[in-house]
Write a protein that binds this ligand. Structure first.
Ligand code: FEO
Length: 174
């Protein structure tokens, strides 16, 4: 059984993962608006992954006999100045997520909640990957010198990523 304190913290993180998905979906919409369809597709996959992260919390809270509580999600930004700024904002956001996950681990240790500590391990590892990926895109965008030919090549590469959720939606269309 989850303690009240742990249940509240896990619900907060579930809602923050949805907030993350909302931000990435808004970034995808911005990227579509500036004709970077490959990166827009990449960001849509990222948004779908964040919802999947939220659902991991949802399931875990239920499995531990807790109650899932959805909260209001703040509106994300609408515009960014450039592709590079989008990924800088994404990296900054992922650093905030990492901090929140680490705080959750600290709380689970303090409460001697071993099951939650074990559950959070996946997220600790995932955050290393999340930050590294955003950082890699920033470096590649910088290497392209933000020139159209280089950005188009990167856009094609980014478009190669498709999450299972997006793939299922595309299959429905076909
Ligand atoms: Fe679920 Fe990108 O943090």
């Amino acid at each position: 059984m989850l303690s009240e304190k742990m249940q509240k913290a896990l619900n907060d993180q579930m809602n923050f993962e949805i907030h993350s998905g909302y931000i990435y979906a808004a970034m995808a919409a911005y990227l579509e608006s500036v004709d970077l369809g490959g990166f827009a597709s990449w960001m849509s996959s990222q948004a779908a992954e964040e919802m999947e992260h939220a659902m991991r919390f949802y399931k875990f809270i239920h499995d531990r006999g807790g109650r899932v509580i959805f909260d209001a999600i703040p509106a994300p930004p609408v515009e960014w100045q450039s592709l590079k700024v989008v990924f800088e904002a994404a990296l900054e956001h992922e650093r905030v997520v990492t901090g929140k996950i680490h705080e959750l681990v600290d709380l689970a240790v303090e409460l001697r909640d071993h099951a939650t500590q074990s559950f959070l391990k996946w997220f600790v590892d995932e955050q290393v990957e999340e930050e590294a990926t955003a950082d890699q895109w920033i470096k590649m965008i910088e290497m392209s010198d933000c020139q159209p030919a280089g950005l188009m090549m990167l856009d094609r590469e980014a478009g190669g990523r498709t999450s299972a959720v997006i793939a299922a939606l595309s299959a429905d269309e076909g």
